[in-house]
Design a protein around this ligand. Structure first.
Ligand SMILES: Nc1ncnc2c1ncn2[C@@H]1O[C@H](COP(=O)(O)OP(=O)(O)OP(=O)(O)O)[C@@H](O)[C@H]1O
Ligand SMILES: [Mg+2]
Length: 378
């Protein structure tokens, strides 16, 4: 086949792959060989059907081995397919399109998009978070790798599962559990932000369990909001799951974070002030989500970000009768403990789980579990 490295033109070469060793030699000079060890970080870029001129077709692939890249060109499609198959096998490498159908765009995001896909073998629906690497700098990329690392760590019924990751030269694909109910904000919008307290209690309990799980692992979410909580479906029994770990961080026991990020409407006073902060900031955001579920509005919503930030720092949350008439004192008590401006005095996730409003949901959850003996008696 014809071969080229970056500096040279294509030349006729003999290429042999034996185990993980790739050897290139001139067809008549076996002794002048170049050998490359193909490791698990090597990959291939496939460029099928590039036209050499108006008539001839050619098939090109590049094998990237560390900093080296070897580009091979051939005219015969059958020969090309054989090479690709052998290489994919050695590199334990497959293209996303080998395994998934990419169907439609669910949502645009800052550096890419969320696509609905289908796993070809099982027919299962998945969500694919696609990042376009060319739009991102080094720090953005590191954030994505952190998001992947954290999602891989999280195995919880109320956290969306990351099934797999694909990476090509230009894109990173995260294959995620598909949540057909969409996000909690839209779910509430569909119900005119008016759900009964019992339902708010059930939803909050599941989110609180997910936060307890990540906080125990030393992970802070840092972008807790209804848009990052996804619903299994759009019914009144739908389960919420925590999603979008794009801003999450793993903290050592007494370590604090200091990056000012997240979403202002849900940001804690310490994040807004630029102070070092910890898991307590997630609790503030959780309080804001709970406020929205119970009262149907966001307390610090305002026309500009400056005003929102000033109000978060200075204004105490009030619970006017008009909006909170049908809400229990116990629920209001929990929200006010989450929205305590001093992070040191703010309720912790373990204390939240022991709070009587949350215990109510925990108890009704256990009473729904029927033991096999009881089923047998029925
Ligand atoms: N697994 C999923 N199933 C269904 N819909 C999803 C899924 N993941 C994300 N979405 C939809 O896409 C939206 C954006 O996804 P996500 O929150 O992960 O991106 P993002 O990191 O917030 O994007 P940005 O970079 O713009 O902040 C979600 O609010 C939700 O509506
Ligand atoms: Mg998001």
């Amino acid at each position: 086949m014809k071969y080229s490295n970056k500096k040279k033109q294509f030349e006729e070469r003999m290429i042999v792959i034996s185990k993980n060793l790739l050897t290139i030699s001139k067809t008549n000079e076996q002794e002048k060989k170049k050998s490359y060890h193909i490791s698990s970080n090597s990959y291939i870029e496939e460029k099928e059907k590039t036209k050499a001129n108006s008539k001839e077709e050619e098939f090109i692939f590049t094998i990237v081995i560390g900093k080296k890249s070897i580009t091979c060109k051939m005219q015969d499609k059958g020969e090309y397919d054989k090479w690709i198959l052998v290489l994919r096998n050695i590199l334990k490498y497959s293209l996303i399109t080998d395994c998934y159908l990419l169907e439609s765009v669910i949502s645009k995001i800052s550096f890419g998009e969320i696509i609905k896909g289908i796993h070809k073998e099982s027919g299962k629906e998945v969500a694919i978070k696609v990042y376009w690497k060319e739009k991102m700098d080094k720090a953005d990329l590191e954030r994505i790798y952190k998001e992947i690392e954290i999602m891989r760590e999280c195995l919880h019924p109320n956290i969306v599962r990351l099934f797999d990751v694909y990476e090509s030269k230009k894109k990173i694909y995260l294959i995620i559990e598909y949540m057909k109910g969409g996000d909690l904000f839209t779910y509430l919008e569909n119900r005119e932000f008016n759900i009964i307290e019992k339902r708010a209690n059930q939803i909050m309990y599941k989110i609180i369990k997910a936060i307890q799980y990540i906080h125990r692992l030393g992970i802070i979410h840092r972008d807790l909001k209804p848009e990052n909580i996804l619903m299994t479906d759009d019914t009144d029994e739908a389960e919420p799951k925590l999603s979008d770990f794009g801003f999450s961080k793993i903290l050592k026991p007494h370590e604090k974070a200091n990056e000012r990020l997240g979403t202002i409407l849900y940001a804690s006073p310490e994040v807004i002030q630029g102070l070092p902060y910890g898991k307590e900031s997630d609790i503030w955001s959780l309080g804001m989500v709970c406020h929205l579920l119970l009262a149907g509005y966001l307390y610090f919503d305002d026309d500009d970000n400056e005003k929102i930030m000033r109000r978060i720092l200075e204004e105490e949350v009030q619970y006017p009768h008009f909006n909170w008439l049908s809400v229990s004192d116990s629920a209001i008590n929990l929200v006010s403990k989450c929205l305590c401006k001093d992070p040191k005095k703010r309720i912790t996730i373990e204390e939240i789980l022991n709070h009587n409003w949350v215990q109510k949901a925990a108890k009704s959850e256990t009473s729904n579990i029927i033991s096999p003996q009881i089923i047998a008696q029925k």
